[in-house]
Design a protein around this ligand. Structure first.
Ligand code: ATP
Length: 596
């Protein structure tokens, strides 16, 4: 396929916010591309070269791309910088400057696979001369491109493609393009994605053999499985009722979720909740896991928690986040912030997938596969069938330094639901005794300049929850408290890469911040209560027409949720259910007062 054809579709995708239209564009595109180019097209649609968990980065810095634009267009670097100041987007700048060159007109048209391969060379270039090679490769592409092609080439190189096509829209389109688009077909494609986390692979299989093709994609060591997620309950009695009176309760450790892939031989790989590779950050776990997990190959899941090196007691979560994203001082950090991994599930046991087994079977397999070591342990668990026992276990968990308990179903249907949130797991935290049952993980979509003491810096951020049905971000609060001075200082730089000139298509709000931000960064906030609001748009119309939900007195907890991306933030549905549980609690408190 010619790259120009793909770019024409990119432009159509950017111009629409209608889901059905977007799906049709995607379906046509997927059908049009050759089998050879299909995976590349799917990755490139998401602004990637490979599935995200492989961590392949293009590594093209702004300055490098600007140099390539100058060389390819023949414009002096100064003019590129000037144009960039007005457009705010180097892709647009490249498009604008390019027509000034005439020679390009008879150039050989670019093809999708050529572009993909060229970016592959850019991504793998390293060592001496690699910067020059990156610039040269980009110049060669730009020299053969039209202004529109140049715009997207540059955006892609900088990791700023942002077509607004989310992974679930691609899943949807694949089921229409290569199967009958029925609910069953979509479920099969989604399930294959949930167990492989690789949309290019899924595309290749569904294109070749339809639904039977994707059903054959196996769970494999090295390919992370999308995590199963928990619902909330207002209290333990409610949680137990949902489990028909009997459930397994586990300590809810407050740390980082880790999916460990332990091959028969060779290095262990660790993935975060977002499925990024984090192996290099926890070398001691990588080393110790083969000694702890006996039936290999295996995939196990657990929570990585900081511990006191002297006493072995659990430490606050924030400490382990100091080890995230680190490239240096890894040895020193192992000693400064020692961790333990508490395993709570097994997804592959001795090479056999266990995700379709009910939870009691998985726990039994986990217990026989794992022999505790210094750093690797099993999550503490107890099966309970009374509220009193559940409360006692909860108190024990809190006393041990955990944030609450996970209540897990023992039913025959309690399989591992990759990528899904449901009542098979219920989280119940200590804070649920506060006015508002839980904290909310909001996506930052805008920033407001501060006044007075905060002049020149950001004074507040506009937060949204994610609505997967509409694929949009709906505002629910403006948060200005809970930031210390040091954090405030860093906000403009932290958000700089996400600045966009106007409100992103996917954001729904009545507020207009000073700076719009592409939904990407997730932060945890807590508030007094959820109320109905004419300004905020979270769940608008779901409770009352024209009113959305707003969080009163929001406060930053100090926790950036780097382990979450925009689409894994709190959802609109979760916010509505928090609102409803709050209404229920208030009405039962009122009922109590009345009867007293
Ligand atoms: P969610 O993962 O539900 O989107 P979240 O990331 O904010 O939300 P929590 O609300 O704290 O996380 O609850 C779920 C998380 O609890 C799991 O993703 C996992 O990291 C952690 N966890 C700790 N102990 C356990 C356990 N025993 N079983 C399952 N998960 C546990």
């Amino acid at each position: 396929m010619q790259f120009a054809e793909l770019v024409a579709e990119y432009e159509r995708l950017e111009a629409t916010s209608k889901r059905l239209e977007m799906r049709q564009i995607l379906v046509d595109l997927l059908r049009k591309v050759s089998a050879k180019e299909l995976p590349a097209l799917v990755y490139m649609m998401q602004g990637e070269l490979r599935p995200e968990f492989e961590g392949v980065e293009l590594g093209v810095a702004d300055s490098l791309a600007a140099r390539a634009v100058a060389q390819a267009t023949g414009a002096p670097e100064k003019s590129v910088a000037e144009s960039l100041r007005t457009t705010g987007d180097l892709g647009t700048t490249a498009g604008q400057l390019l027509p000034k060159r005439a020679a390009r007109l008879d150039a050989d048209p670019l093809r999708v696979h050529e572009v993909y391969e060229a970016f592959g060379r850019i991504a793998t270039a390293s060592g001496a001369g690699s910067q020059e090679l990156k610039v040269r490769t980009l110049v060669e592409l730009l020299a053969r491109s039209t202004p529109s092609e140049a715009k997207y080439l540059v955006r892609f190189a900088l990791g700023k493609l942002r077509l607004g096509v989310r992974e679930m829209s691609i899943v949807d389109a694949l089921s229409f393009a290569f199967a009958d688009g029925s609910k069953e077909a979509r479920a099969a494609v989604e399930a294959a994605y949930n167990r492989s986390s690789d949309l290019g692979l899924v595309a290749e299989h569904v294109a070749k053999d339809g639904v039977p093709g994707v059903n054959k994609i196996p769970i494999r060591v090295g390919r992370p499985i999308r995590p199963m997620l928990a619902e909330r309950s207002p209290d333990l009695a409610d949680a137990l009722r949902r489990m028909e009176g009997k459930a397994a309760l586990e300590y809810k450790y407050d740390g980082l979720r880790v999916q460990a892939h332990v091959p028969e031989q060779g290095p262990v790989q660790l993935f975060s909740r977002r499925l990024e590779s984090i192996s290099t950050q926890f070398p001691e776990l990588v080393k110790e896991l083969p000694a702890a997990v006996h039936r290999r190959p295996a995939i196990v899941e657990g929570e990585c928690v900081p511990v006191d090196p002297e006493t072995g007691e659990l430490r606050p979560f924030q400490e382990v986040s100091r080890r995230r994203g680190r490239k240096y001082d890894l040895e020193r950090m192992q000693e400064e912030v020692p961790v333990r991994l508490f395993l709570f599930d097994v997804l592959l046991d001795h090479g056999t997938p266990t995700v379709d087994e009910p939870f009691p079977t998985r726990r039994r397999l986990l217990e026989s596969a794992v022999h505790g070591t210094e750093r690797v342990h099993l999550a503490t668990q107890k099966v309970v069938d009374s509220e009193a026992d559940a409360e006692a276990f909860f108190e024990e968990a809190i006393a041990a330094g955990c944030e609450g308990v996970m209540v897990k179903s023992l039913a025959a249907g309690s399989t591992y639901r990759a990528g899904a949130r449901g009542y098979w797991w219920i989280k119940y935290k200590r804070e649920y005794t506060h006015a508002l049952a839980d904290s909310v993980d909001g996506v930052v979509v805008g920033a407001f300049y501060g006044h007075g003491r905060r002049g020149g810096r950001y004074g507040a951020l506009l937060l949204a929850v994610y609505n997967p049905d509409e694929d949009r971000f709906e505002s629910f609060c403006k948060v200005g408290s809970g930031f210390d001075d040091a954090t405030l200082e860093t906000l403009p730089a932290k958000f700089k890469p996400f600045e966009v000139p106007e409100k992103p298509e996917s954001v729904l709000t009545e507020l207009v911040p000073d700076v719009w931000l592409r939904p990407a960064v997730v932060m945890e906030v807590r508030g007094a209560e959820l109320t109905l609001s004419p300004i905020h748009r979270a769940g608008v119309g779901k409770i009352r027409p024209d009113a959305g939900l707003a969080l009163r007195f929001p406060r930053f907890t100090g926790r950036w949720r780097d382990d979450k991306d925009a689409e894994t933030a709190t959802t609109t549905a979760e916010l509505i259910s928090l609102y409803r549980s709050q209404v229920r609690q208030i009405s039962s408190a009122n009922a109590g007062e009345e009867s007293a």
